[in-house]
Design a protein around this ligand. Structure first.
Ligand code: SF4
Length: 375
């Protein structure tokens, strides 16, 4: 998906709180996509098709995006709860809807645009809905700047105005299965937000644009080099990324190692305290995501066969791993024969110079992009 390099829905909160981040983020090498991001894109693409076509989710089984494939598990765990949430919002199916609409601010903010997941209208109420398929951070809906951005941009976009003209209420909805969060606001609040956004974007164009840290830093791509993060505020404010030399990056990596250990230990301590009954302001214990398993495998097999599933559909078999095979053979005083096993690295990782593993030689696309940013 194409994103604005100035501000979009997902970056609105960061830019409003930290106008200086726009210039800093622009100097960072592009982040490669991840399995989770690709899975999210796949689910967004498919649900947009479902709501517009009315076809059942199973019709899209096997749909692909990059390496991600739509499975029955994704349909059951993500798409069906999300579609059920839509029924909850619009039980009589009277809402006019439009999925995946490109929205922008025209001449007011050139280069600022985004794409709404779903906009709708029921009577005098406009609806702006965002699907969140990640299991990570629970997203709050009240005063959510991503949704306010979409509402403000949609109100200025010819193709989306129909949902907003003459409305007295604007309902923001976040569907993050199994949660559905709703917040009703007004066109006046969206106009106030737009003013705030315009001021932040204008401020971001100045050399003196301030950097302000806060919870909006979580997804900021400039975090590794941000003066607010490295602590070297005075020195780094006079330093540009262009001048960030390799020895400085190496020093920051050492700090990162220390910080990672500090964070791990702090989290372990906090968990220990909460589990011992202590209270920590703003934190609580929650159960980890439940993993479904059969209460009785034999009964489950009987039930599934009774539904007509075949043996190959119900039973999974796979060969044990080379490590397990080696262990089993060792007990019989035998070794694995040559030529049966191949070892393939899943990718590269960072290591200090004294690590005993040999150095990987590569000059791939990412490295080229990264170096071009440093020159
Ligand atoms: S890490 Fe935080 S303070 Fe630094 S540029 Fe990003 S948003 Fe601003």
């Amino acid at each position: 998906m194409n994103h604005s390099t100035i501000v979009g829905g997902s970056t609105a909160k960061r830019v409003i709180n930290c106008p200086g981040s726009v210039a800093l983020v622009a100097k960072m090498p592009p982040k490669p996509s991840s399995k989770y991001a690709d899975e999210g894109t796949l689910l967004h693409n498919v649900i947009a098709e479902i709501v517009m076509s009315g076809l059942p989710p199973e019709h899209y089984l096997g749909t692909k995006y990059e390496d991600q494939v739509l499975t029955q598990e994704l349909i059951d765990n993500k798409l069906k709860p999300a579609l059920a949430a839509l029924d909850e919002i619009d039980p009589k199916q009277e809402m006019e809807i439009e999925a995946e609409t490109s929205v922008n601010f025209g001449d007011l903010l050139p280069g600022v645009f985004g794409s709404t997941d779903l906009i709708g209208r029921i009577g005098n109420r406009a609806v702006v809905l965002d699907w969140k398929f990640g299991d990570g951070v629970a997203v709050e809906v009240e005063e959510n700047m991503q949704l306010m951005f979409y509402a403000a941009a949609a109100m200025r976009t010819d193709a989306a105005k129909w949902a907003f003209e003459g409305v007295t209420e604007i309902e923001m909805v976040i569907v993050q299965p199994p949660a559905v969060k709703r917040w009703v606001t007004t066109p006046k609040r969206i106009a106030e937000f737009e003013l705030q956004l315009v001021q932040a974007v204008k401020m971001s164009e100045k050399k003196t644009a301030p950097l302000r840290s806060g919870d909006h830093c979580r997804w900021c791509a400039a975090k590794p080099v941000c003066p607010q993060m490295t602590g070297a505020v005075e020195r780094a404010l006079q330093t540009t990324i262009d001048n960030l030399d390799p020895p400085t990056i190496a020093t920051y990596l050492k700090n990162a190692d220390m910080l990672e250990q500090w964070i791990t230990d702090l989290r372990a301590l906090a968990l220990q305290l909460l589990e011992s009954g202590a209270k920590l302001p703003d934190y609580k214990l929650v159960a980890k995501r439940a993993i479904r398993s059969w209460t009785d495998e034999d009964k489950a097999k009987v039930a599934l066969f009774a539904f007509g599933l075949t043996e190959s559909e119900v039973l999974e078999t796979s060969v044990i791993s080379p490590a397990k095979a080696e262990k089993a053979l060792k007990k019989r005083k035998q070794a694995l024969p040559d030529g049966l096993v191949v070892a393939i690295s899943s990718g590269n990782t960072l290591a200090s110079a004294d690590d005993p593993r040999p150095e990987v030689m590569l000059l791939g696309k990412q490295l080229t992009v990264a170096l071009s940013k440093l020159q």
